[in-house]
Design a protein around this ligand. Structure first.
Ligand code: FAD
Length: 277
């Protein structure tokens, strides 16, 4: 049986971006995804574009899951967004704290994702399937791994149905994390987030910000390739396919791909994994 897959997009800014995303979606749709999710920019900066992309996905007949972040939103703003999503029949949300642009101080009502999850449950009951974020390599701001796990449990107890992880390239980090969660009585599915390797500079920048480790051997090899994109992608394809195989063989309940609105590498990974169309 095919594992469940889902794909994450960012809301495009331009008409060309919208057209390109449509093409990407068409290609990825053949992999029969459980849902397509659309990110939400810091401080609600993409609110309308996230909504537009979500409604377009839904109109194409797929399940669309908007991300929603609380860090600089008021309760009123979140409630109006929730009501809007409910009125369009959206049933799944990816609920996050979000990050502030550097130098900004939060003026919102939600300091942590757990508070936003609790608020959504209070206002909308069981209407939404709530996905939250998890960090097998520990969130970069956490005081300790144990503290981060404790906060993850609070978020789950507030009403999350499932979690999607930050990306990582070491399958053991995921398995250890899941084992620790089980020991703490966390029973929701934890789906690994998978970041294909598109471009080294971009990956290094993302990883610095989000605390995802690029193993030294991999980093050095990717650095060596410099502008040789074909070699870099060939290595990336081997590494990420191998990671996905290990995750699925070890019992991961599915795979959530960070697409960066591209389909090519993911289609190659899916083909190697033997995912049926
Ligand atoms: P939280 O769960 O609130 O945790 C954040 C930090 O606070 C952690 O260090 C945690 O240990 C700590 N913490 C939690 N509760 C407490 C407490 N009570 N007391 C003290 N410390 C506490 N960002 C966006 O802006 N838009 C997106 O669309 C988006 N999508 C994402 C999708 C996925 C699958 C993932 C993994 C991340 C995504 N992010 C997105 C990034 C995310 O917003 C950041 O990683 C952010 O820094 C943390 O969000 P969170 O929901 O995990 O926060």
């Amino acid at each position: 049986m095919n594992p469940e897959v889902s794909f994450e997009f960012f809301p495009p800014k331009t008409v060309e971006g919208v057209l390109k995303l449509r093409e990407t979606r068409k290609k990825l749709a053949s992999l029969n995804p459980k849902f397509f999710s659309v990110t939400f920019g810091a401080g609600g900066s993409t609110r309308d574009r996230t909504m537009d992309a979500v409604l377009e996905i839904q109109a194409e007949g797929f399940e669309a899951a908007p991300h929603i972040s609380g860090i600089s939103s008021s309760k009123e703003e979140i409630l109006s967004l929730l009501t809007n999503y409910q009125s369009h029949g959206i049933r799944r949300l990816v609920v996050l704290r979000g990050d502030l642009p550097s130098g900004e101080v939060s003026s919102g009502d939600f300091a942590y994702a757990s508070q936003l999850v609790a608020f959504i449950r209070e206002k909308t009951g069981d209407w939404f399937q709530i996905e939250v974020a998890a960090y097998p390599e520990t969130h970069p701001e956490a005081r300790s791994a144990a503290n981060d796990l404790k906060h993850f449990k609070t978020k789950v107890d507030a009403g999350a149905n499932a979690a999607i992880t930050q990306y990582f390239y070491n399958a053991d980090a995921f398995f250890q994390f899941v084992a620790q969660c089980q020991k703490m009585g966390i029973e929701i599915p934890i789906v690994p987030g998978v970041m294909p390797i598109y471009n080294y500079t971009q990956l290094a920048r993302f990883s610095n910000v989000c605390g995802a480790e690029i193993p030294r051997w991999l980093r050095l090899r990717l650095e060596d390739y410099g502008d040789d994109v074909a070699s870099l992608r060939a290595l990336g394809l081997d590494v990420v396919t191998d990671l996905c195989e290990k995750l699925l063989a070890g019992g991961a309940p599915g795979l959530h791909f960070y697409t960066l609105n591209q389909s090519g590498i993911i289609s190659n990974i899916a083909e190697r994994l033997g995912l049926k169309k």
